[in-house]
Design a protein around this ligand. Structure first.
Ligand code: DQA
Length: 149
C-alpha cells in the first residue's frame, strides 16, 4: 500500500506568515511544510508538498496523485470557492481527500461559505490555524487505514 500523501496549497499561500497575519497567523508555508514532514515520518508517511498560484498546476498534481498517492490534504485557498475544475480532478482521485482551511471560512464573508472542493472531501478542517494541516494528516492517516469514506 502506498504511504505517499500529497499536500497541496492554492493561491497566495506562498505569502503565509506575511499575508494578513491576524487571519492566517505568522507561520510561513516553509514552517508548515517542515512540521508536516516531521509528523508524516512519525506516522510512517512520505509527503509531497506543493503550492501554486496556478489552477492547472494544482490539477496536474491531483492527477499525479492518482498514480501513487494514498491520499490528498488540500488547501485550495480561493479556488475552494470558484473551481469546478479542481472539484472534478478531486472526484477522479479514488483515495481519501481532506480539505484544510487555516481560517474558519464559515465565520468570514458570505462568498467563502460556498465551496466546490469540499464536495470531494472526506472531511474539512477549518479555523485551527496552520495546525489544521497536522490535524488533517492525522485524519488522513486514520482514514487511509480503511478506505475512502
Ligand atoms: C483559506 C480561506 C480562503 O477563503 C482564502 O481564499 C484563502 C485561504 C484558508 O486557509 O483559510 O486564501 O483557504
Amino acid at each position: 500500500m502506498s504511504r505517499l500523501v500529497f499536500l497541496l496549497n492554492g493561491p497566495n499561500l506562498n505569502l503565509l506568515g506575511k499575508r494578513q497575519p491576524e487571519i492566517y497567523g505568522s507561520e510561513t508555508l516553509a514552517d508548515v511544510e517542515a512540521a508536516c514532514h516531521r509528523l508524516a515520518s512519525e506516522l510512517g508517511h512520505e509527503i509531497r508538498f506543493h503550492q501554486s498560484n496556478r489552477e492547472y498546476e494544482i490539477i496536474d498534481w491531483i492527477h499525479a496523485a492518482r498514480e501513487d498517492g494514498a491520499g490528498i490534504v488540500i488547501n485550495p485557498a480561493a479556488f475552494t470557492h470558484t473551481s469546478v475544475a479542481i472539484l472534478d480532478a478531486l472526484n477522479a482521485f479514488e483515495q481519501p481527500v481532506i480539505e484544510v482551511h487555516i481560517s474558519n471560512v464559515h465565520k468570514r464573508e458570505e462568498f467563502r461559505h460556498h465551496t466546490y472542493s469540499s464536495r470531494a472531501a472526506s472531511g474539512v478542517i477549518a479555523g485551527f490555524g496552520s495546525h489544521g494541516y497536522l490535524l488533517a494528516l492525522h485524519a488522513l492517516s486514520e482514514i487511509a487505514k480503511t478506505k475512502k469514506s
